[in-house]
Design a protein around this ligand. Sequence first.
Ligand SMILES: [Zn+2]
Length: 115
Amino acid sequence: MAKRPNIDKLRTALGQLTLAQAKQLHAELGEIVRSLEQQSVELESTKAKGREIIETQHIDEQLYQLELVRCGKVGCKCAGDNGDLHGPYWYAYWRENGKLKSRYVGKRLQRIERR
Ligand SMILES: [Zn+2]
């Protein structure tokens, strides 16, 4: 991965921007923040144990994932390393006040209203 720039050096450089340059960067930075947020949602949602992600889609600000899941019940067909997982089902993920939120969508992909 590329070396991260030093934030103090960046600030010094930013102090020398023209108004036009600052406005352009401001717009671009919004995009960068959004895309980094999406990436972090993706990373965190894949950490959940016993899930297998089959497909990923971005709709609006949300990440939708088609997943095979393990319910966690003892003795279920899904138990164990080679268990027969449930699904696949779609789940929606998004970030709210820095916290990862998720909701079950169903067998078919459809937009959900986050609430
Ligand atoms: Zn199960």
